[in-house]
Structures are given as structure tokens and as C-alpha cells.
Design a protein around this ligand. Structure first.
Ligand SMILES: [Zn+2]
Length: 131
């Protein structure tokens, strides 16, 4: 089998790899969240006891952190899927916003990028994302 250099410079392989990794991370987060002890015993909607050694603030913040992480992983996965679509459409490396070529340095740092820095910033603001 002849090895053919892909026109996307291996971007598809790298994106597939990060998609797999994101799936694993999200699964790991979900499992970890599932392992958390319940914050309290709840019987019929009424809290009947709270374990004495439970640091409620810590437990709550752990939970929030996990939720946030899972959310971020989801967003990342969406972005990777989007970039893979662009590879298949032949539009990989072209900014979805302005249609200009995304700088190679940005793609090297962020292979899943589908917009140039400027358009991404604009899009993030419009969508209330800060990353
Ligand atoms: Zn752009």
C-alpha cells in the first residue's frame, strides 16, 4: 500500500485522534462524577442526613467543576467534528467567517480551528463563549 501524503497534512488524523481523546476524557469525567458520594441522604425529597465529614462547599465546587469540564469537552468535541467536516468538504484551513486562509501557526496550535483568530473572537462574543 503506497503511502500518500494527504493534502491536509495529516490534519484529519490529528483531529480523529483528538476526537477519540475527548470522548475518553468525557467518559472519565462522567464516571468520576458518578463515583461521587451523594451529598446527603434524600428520602422522598427530604434531606434526612448529611454525612458529618462532608465538606459541602468542596463537594459542590467539585461537582460544578466536573459539570463545567464536561461542558467544555462537549464544546471541544463539537469543534473537532466541525473541523473534520471541513476536511471532508475540502475547506479545512479556510476561515468560516471571512474565507481567508487560517494561518498555519494557528492550525498547528489549534488543529480544530475553523476560523481565524479575529473571526473566532467575534463568534465567541456573539455566542457568549470566552475560550
Ligand atoms: Zn476569519
Amino acid at each position: 500500500m503506497a503511502v500518500r501524503k494527504k493534502p491536509d497534512n495529516g490534519a484529519e488524523d490529528r483531529l480523529e485522534a483528538s476526537r477519540t481523546m475527548l470522548f475518553k476524557l468525557a467518559a472519565a469525567c462522567g464516571e468520576e462524577a458518578g463515583l461521587h458520594r451523594p451529598l446527603a441522604d434524600i428520602v422522598g425529597g427530604v434531606i434526612t442526613s448529611i454525612p458529618e465529614d462532608t465538606d459541602l462547599a468542596q463537594a459542590l465546587s467539585d461537582r460544578e467543576t466536573t459539570d463545567l469540564l464536561v461542558h467544555l469537552l462537549d464544546e471541544n468535541r463539537e469543534q473537532v467534528e466541525r473541523a473534520l467536516e471541513r476536511v471532508r468538504e475540502g475547506g479545512y484551513g479556510i476561515c468560516e467567517g471571512c474565507g481567508h486562509r487560517i494561518p498555519a501557526a494557528r492550525l498547528k496550535f489549534q488543529p480544530a480551528a475553523t476560523r481565524c483568530v479575529e473571526c473566532q473572537g467575534h463568534w465567541d462574543r456573539l455566542n457568549g463563549r470566552t475560550a
